[in-house]
Structure formats: C-alpha cells, structure tokens
Design a binder for this molecule. Structure first.
Ligand SMILES: [Zn+2]
Length: 251
C-alpha cells in the first residue's frame, strides 16, 4: 500500500479531517457518499493497525431543529378549530419526518467500535418522503376525532416540515440535505440552491417568532403545547402568563 486513501471532503453535513503522522501520505478521493463512508472506515481501520495517525471527525448532526418544526406544527394546528387530540396529531406530524434522525443514537454509541452502525449517515432524511407523509396522515386519520380534517391537515403539516428543511438546514460546511420526496419509487432528490445554514439568523428568528406566537396563543386561548403531557402544567403556564400580562379587557 502506497498511501492511505480517505475521503476528506464534507459529506452528510460533516467534515472529515484526517492528519497522517506516519510515513505514508494521505490521498484524498471523493465519489459517492456511501463509498466515502466505506473508504473512510477502511482507511481508519488500516491507519489504526499500521500507521500511527490521528483521525479527527467532527460529529455534529445537522438537522433543522425539531423544536422549530414542533412549534410550526403547533401554530399551524391552532389556525383551525380542533380539539386537543387533533391539535396534538397535527403538531406531531410536523416533527415526524425527523424520526429518521434517531439513527444518530446507535451511530454515536457505536462510532468507535469495529462495526459502527451508520444509520444516521446513511438513512437520515430517508423518511422525508411523500410515502411516509401518507403513512403519518393515515395514522392521524385513524386516531383523530375529526378524521378527514385532521388527516389532511397532518399531511399538510408534514409538508411544512419538508418546506422548512428545504429553506434552511444547510450544514456549517455547506452540505445541503436533499429531500428524497419520491423514495422508494424514485431516486430523484430535491434541493433548493438558496438554502441557508442551519444556524443562520432566519432560523433563529423563525423559532423565536413561533415561540412568541405559542405564548400569545396560550395567554389568549388558555392552552399551550404542554396540554399534550400535563393538563396541570399547562394550566400553570397559562395562569403565570395571565398574571404577568393581565388583560385590559376580559378575554
Ligand atoms: Zn427534517
């Protein structure tokens, strides 16, 4: 072997930095993401075995915050006259696509093992598809009080998530998550070139605005997303808000 071959370009919203402290130079190759992952782990394995080298891997998962999606879903649900359970279903539909991001847990746990599970790297965004949107809408339909209304709104809410991801979930290293909207029937992926960064100011602004609207809704209507977990906590929040900002006229 004349060189250790690694992929040192950014992929999956991460950047690989490899420094060789051994006698062999490091050669950089870049093809598909899957190949890069395979090459990286093979190279890492060989480096550990044969060449003293330092491998530095920045491991920050880049997903548009599920918190932003959650508040988007909540504010969206509150645009309609719905009961508590249906509001929750529509709100959760807006977070649902990111279930595929849970692969980060086994990946982080196994990253230093000999058989790392690349569930996040390989499958993140794989549920950002029309197929999964229909599954979520069907689940919402099944559990809702107002079935058709909630099912359709859950479908829309899911798409709001995809729209937000299109707008601003670019990683700090410039990687843009494509949306595999037609998976598994087509490998066509969608991306918007103007996509801004995950930590860019519009995301922060959107999240703060959604939070303020959520608090205003709680103050005005007497319920907040806390109603999903505890009626008592929800009541306490509303009472605190109304104490802090007493209404000039009865609400
Ligand atoms: Zn997402």
């Amino acid at each position: 072997m004349n060189a250790v071959i690694v992929h040192a370009e950014s992929w999956c919203g991460r950047r690989l930095v490899m420094r060789s402290s051994g006698p062999l130079p490091i050669e950089v190759v870049s093809r598909s993401r899957e190949q890069a992952i395979g090459v990286y782990y093979r190279a890492a394995f060989e480096i550990e075995r044969e060449i003293p080298a330092e491998i530095e891997k920045h491991e920050l998962p880049n997903v548009m915050s599920p918190v932003t999606h959650f508040f988007t879903g909540w504010v969206f649900a509150n645009c309609f006259d719905l009961e508590r359970k249906d509001r929750a279903l529509i709100t959760l539909a807006c977070v649902a696509p990111d279930i595929d991001g849970l692969g980060i847990i086994p990946e982080l746990l196994t990253r230093n093992s000999t058989h790392p599970l690349l569930w996040f790297s390989l499958h993140h965004h794989s549920l950002h598809s029309l197929m999964f949107a229909l599954v979520i809408a069907a689940i919402a339909f099944a559990f809702a009080a107002q079935k058709w209304k909630t099912g359709l709104l859950a479908l829309l809410s899911f798409h709001l998530h995809l729209f937000e991801d299109m707008l601003g979930s670019r990683g700090p290293d410039g990687y843009q998550w494509p949306i595999p909207y037609l998976a598994p029937f087509s490998s066509q992926q969608y991306i918007w070139r103007g996509q801004w960064g995950l930590n860019a100011w519009p995301n922060v602004l959107i999240t703060i605005a959604l939070l303020l609207v959520t608090l205003w809704l709680a103050w005005r209507r007497g319920y907040s997303p806390l109603e999903m977990v505890s009626a008592r906590a929800d009541g306490s929040l509303v009472a605190a808000l109304r104490r802090r900002f007493p209404a000039r006229t009865a609400v």
